[in-house]
Design a protein around this ligand. Structure first.
Ligand SMILES: N[C@@H](CCC(=O)N[C@@H](CS)C(=O)NCC(=O)O)C(=O)O
Length: 221
């Protein structure tokens, strides 16, 4: 490893894909420079570092860029081995990756439909999201975190996406998609997660965040 590490993160203050990377860096105690981006006016640095997707987050380690948050998390875990976030056991690793994909693909897509198709089938979208959430919630039974006794890969992925993003959107819309009575394990996990210092440090100001998510919803309605 190079003597003087140069670690940069190009992201947005309210971006779940960026929050998961930041939490991982904080858990591992890796210092980094945070570079806020403007997607309406993409910086030459962003276009240079992510010419394929032109999206954030981009992680830059000693000048070498990596895009895609799940790929970034794996790179960070392999590069800074303190506080491992992926499970050691190959089967458990595969399952953590499987459920992370489930969150980013299935839950995000169903969860956003509740907004996008507000007038045309919001109830059906909420129902679909709840069915998916029930499947995910089973992974939490008997555990403090998806990762077991401490926060791991799936906690970062689900945490950044569900409580730290989708729930802000739903709160702004005034709908409780994951009510406590129906999802006790999820709420127990969320409370545990929100007590973790590295997570707390990444929580955007609540009102500003909800407002931002509502603007996002308006654009995608
Ligand atoms: N699969 C990507 C998703 C990243 C993503 O969706 N980034 C959006 C932020 S909302 C973006 O940069 N969009 C700008 C664009 O597509 O022009 C990841 O996990 O990092």
């Amino acid at each position: 490893m190079a003597e003087k590490e140069e670690v940069k993160l190009l992201s947005l203050w309210a971006l779940p894909f960026g929050h998961r990377v930041e939490i991982a860096l904080k858990l591992k105690g890796v210092p980094y420079d945070y570079l806020e981006q403007d997607l309406r006016n993409k910086s030459p640095l962003l276009l240079q570092m992510n010419p394929v997707h032109k999206q954030v987050p981009v992680f830059v380690h000693n000048g070498r860029p990596i895009a895609e948050s799940l790929v970034i998390l794996e790179y960070i875990d392999e590069t800074w081995t303190q506080y491992p976030i992926l499970p050691r056991d190959p089967y458990d690793r595969a399952m953590a990756r499987f459920w992370a994909k489930f969150v980013d693909e299935k839950i995000v897509s169903a969860g956003l439909k509740s907004v996008v198709k507000a007038e045309k089938g919001r109830e059906a979208a909420i129902e679909e999201t709840q069915q998916l959430m029930k499947l995910l919630e089973k992974e939490l039974v008997g555990k403090d975190f998806f990762g077991g006794e401490r926060v791991g890969f799936l906690d970062l992925v689900a945490g950044s996406m569900i409580p730290m993003s989708l729930m802000m959107l739903w709160e702004g819309m005034g709908v409780d998609v994951i009510p406590k009575e129906k999802f006790p394990e999820f709420h127990r996990w969320m409370n545990n997660l929100l007590e973790v210092e590295a997570v707390k440090e990444c929580l955007p100001p609540r009102e500003k965040h909800i407002e931002h998510m509502m603007e996002y919803a308006e654009r995608y309605k």
